[in-house]
Design a binder for this molecule. Structure first.
Ligand SMILES: [Zn+2]
Length: 299
């Protein structure tokens, strides 16, 4: 939008040139990840920078950036000798697990049974799906499986307000999207959101306890970003991944190694390329680290 003629002229006007105090880019990793794929305008943010006086300070923020990504972002945004403040994004309260994906029924029946038993006391959970089809099938699995228990109270009208489970994709109507985000970020009955990656950015919910991935994301940076939405209140939380075989061709080498790893600490694999990460500094007790450390500890 900012690059349209009208806004370009506005940015170049005397008022803007004098009064603009800074350029802040939040979720800066999206410039690279989305910029080079389907949001070309994001990659042109450097042009916006060039329209502002050179004295205007620029700040770029992201929760996930490897060394390479930070160099790329600096180049794209046009930062010269930037001051970098780096903190690795590993959260000590998150435990990582990877399981085999068999079928929706096999993998999610335990979730459905627990939800039926615990209802509004069930841990807030986001289930990330790779496709809208997966998302819809999973949602239908919960809807059919729970029957009258799909809503709180049981038998209430099947509308967003009463559902224990809801679905959020880029095709969800804006009003419903807003309702889901509000329900998930305040006291409500909503326990599980079956979602595509459309759900998340800008959603700040303190008490999400579990993030399940139904199919692996394309890369580790996305996985770190998405699982980081659990445990924002610093209480123990879990990140569980069920890789789907037929989606592995979209996944990069590091993510594949993470999925097919049966011996190394998952936390270490996830963060080893993140600047500021040191295994000895960021390790946690085996029982709260990952399924591999936990099982090594038991034997
Ligand atoms: Zn571990």
């Amino acid at each position: 939008m900012l690059l349209k003629k009208h806004y370009r002229r506005l940015l170049c006007s005397k008022t803007y040139q004098v009064k603009i105090k800074g350029l802040v880019i939040d979720e800066a990793h999206t410039i690279k990840i989305w910029g080079s794929t389907f949001r070309d305008s994001l990659e042109r943010i450097g042009e916006v920078r060039s329209l502002l006086p050179s004295s205007v300070p620029v700040m770029a923020l992201t929760a996930t950036a490897t060394h390479q990504l930070r160099l790329d972002l600096s180049r794209i945004i046009g930062l010269k000798n930037p001051v970098m403040i780096v903190q690795p994004p590993c959260k000590p309260n998150l435990m990582y697990k990877v399981g085999n994906f068999v079928s929706i029924e096999a993998n999610f029946t335990p979730v459905l049974d627990n939800l039926r038993r615990e209802r509004a006391a069930y841990s807030r959970t986001i289930i990330y799906c790779r496709t809208m089809d997966d998302c819809a099938n999973l949602y239908l699995f919960f809807e059919r499986g729970l029957g009258r228990d799909f809503t709180e109270p049981p038998g209430a009208p099947n509308i967003s307000k009463f559902r224990l489970v809801d679905m959020f994709t880029s095709c969800t109507e804006m009003a419903v999207k807003n309702q889901i985000v509000t329900a998930f970020t305040t006291e409500s009955n909503l326990r599980i959101v079956c979602a595509t990656v459309a759900f998340g950015m800008g959603v700040d919910c303190a008490n999400v306890r579990v993030i399940i991935h139904f199919g692996a994301p394309d890369d580790l940076e996305s996985y770190i970003q998405e699982t980081g939405r659990a445990g924002r209140d610093n209480l123990p939380s879990q990140a569980i991944l069920f890789p789907k075989k037929n989606a592995m061709r979209f996944v990069n080498r590091e993510m594949r190694a993470y999925c097919y790893n049966y011996s190394d600490c998952r936390r270490n694999l996830l963060f080893i390329n993140m600047e500021g990460y040191k295994r000895e500094l960021h390790s946690v007790p085996p029982d709260s680290c990952c399924d591999i450390c936990q099982s090594n500890n038991e034997h």
